[in-house]
Design a protein around this ligand. Structure first.
Ligand SMILES: *Cc1c(COP(=O)(O)O)cnc(C)c1O
Length: 376
């Protein structure tokens, strides 16, 4: 099919069955650990309300969002027994919202823990929570000194129904990075002080570091969405996203003419240029100017000139002009040119490409019908 089914500048096709297959693959790799799902940032830009029910139908019962508001928005789309964990924990004064919407906070500091405990006292029962400890990433979670103060203090678990002890790996995509083992050792040391508490440690890449990293609950995001979990290795995940950009003009330019803002690309010879209605406002990053590619019926064409807000220009001299007419499409992300490769050309990671992909695109979801039936 060469014509998008709408007037949008691009069609983003999201394969829900591929996400389900990726979930099953991660379950296999995670061994005896349960596998949750990071669906923060609208499921990495792919639509949390569509993605999360598909994962729930696969048996996923632990969902991770970053913000309280993401959790509130997701709650109606998941079965009653699915847990939604809020990674940032409660912003001050919002603790009661967590109860109202049945959200489980990830407590990242003594301040958050004390506030949660205060609410527990009010409610007269222990309240469910995950506690995150920092084991070396220095981003979120209790720093080591705070962990000591917590665990050496009186009744550390009072008021807290501690569902998981959690930490997050900073370098898990690099298999032999020394940080991985250092973080693992630090995590084990805290775990030893909380006997019987289930643990959650691995993100997507962490699952591929081996069994000792997966503990009781893994929290993959990227790999579910088809992003390669291990740097430098063949990607075992199924591709999830296809992006087809629509050609809105094509022209022949003379030798010596320059293309795009800043006149940064000068054509050495007569060149056929196709202008595609996808630009940096759609997440087709300007940093990839002159380095991106598209595919037309499997043939690679180079992006030339500076990427504009709403358009990018491609050298299609090698393509039959009849195939690059306005209304026809080019592949910008596809199984043969996956999001990891697209990201590398723009000098970033696939996570940033997925979460930046535009709100102006037409979105088509494939598969996932079982999930829709189940949650209807
Ligand atoms: C985003 C995130 C994840 C998921 O990470 P991926 O690399 O996408 O698998 C897991 N845990 C935490 C704390 C996160 O912030």
């Amino acid at each position: 099919m060469t014509h998008p089914p709408s007037h949008a500048g691009a069609v983003l096709t999201i394969d829900l069955d591929a996400i389900a297959a990726n979930y099953r693959l991660l379950c296999e790799r995670a061994g005896r650990a349960a596998v949750g799902a990071a669906v923060k940032a609208d499921a990495y830009g792919l639509g949390a309300q569509r993605v999360a029910p598909v994962l729930a139908a696969q048996g996923c019962r632990h969902f991770f969002v970053a913000h309280l508001d993401e959790g509130i928005a997701l709650r109606p789309w998941l079965p009653h027994d699915a847990q939604i964990h809020v990674l940032h924990g409660p912003p001050p004064g919002t603790e009661e919202e967590f109860l109202r919407y049945r959200l489980v906070p990830v407590l990242n500091s003594m301040v958050q823990l004390s506030a949660w405990r205060r609410l527990a006292r009010q409610e007269g029962r222990a309240l469910p929570a995950i506690v995150q400890v920092d084991t070396g990433m220095c981003r979120l979670g209790m720093p080591p000194a705070e962990v000591d103060a917590w665990l050496d203090g009186p009744a550390p678990r009072e008021g807290i129904d501690l569902r998981y002890l959690m930490s997050h790996l900073g370098c898990a995509d690099v298999t032999d990075h020394p940080m991985n083992r250092m973080q693992l050792e630090r995590f084990r040391a805290v775990r030893a002080r909380l006997p019987g508490v289930p643990c959650s440690f691995a993100n997507s890449s962490g699952i591929f570091l081996g069994e000792e990293f997966t503990f009781d609950l893994a929290r993959p995001g990227a790999a579910l969405y088809g992003i390669a979990p291990v740097d430098g290795l063949a990607n075992p995940m199924h591709p999830v996203v296809r992006l087809q950009g629509r050609i809105i003009q094509s022209r022949t330019v003379a030798a010596g003419d320059c293309v795009g803002y800043g006149a940064r690309h000068r054509c050495d010879a007569e060149t056929r240029i196709a202008t595609v209605a996808v630009g940096y406002a759609d997440g087709w990053l300007r940093s990839g100017s002159g380095r991106g590619v598209a595919h037309i019926d499997g043939v690679e064409v180079r992006q030339v000139g500076t990427v504009s807000m709403d358009t990018a220009t491609f050298d299609v001299s090698a393509i039959d002009p009849a195939r690059v007419q306005p209304g026809m499409t080019v592949d910008l992300i596809s199984p043969s040119d996956p999001v990891d490769a697209v990201a590398a050309r723009a000098g970033t990671i696939a996570y940033e490409i997925l979460t930046s992909l535009g709100t102006r695109f037409a979105r088509e979801y494939r598969g996932g019908t079982a999930a829709m039936a189940r949650c209807a």
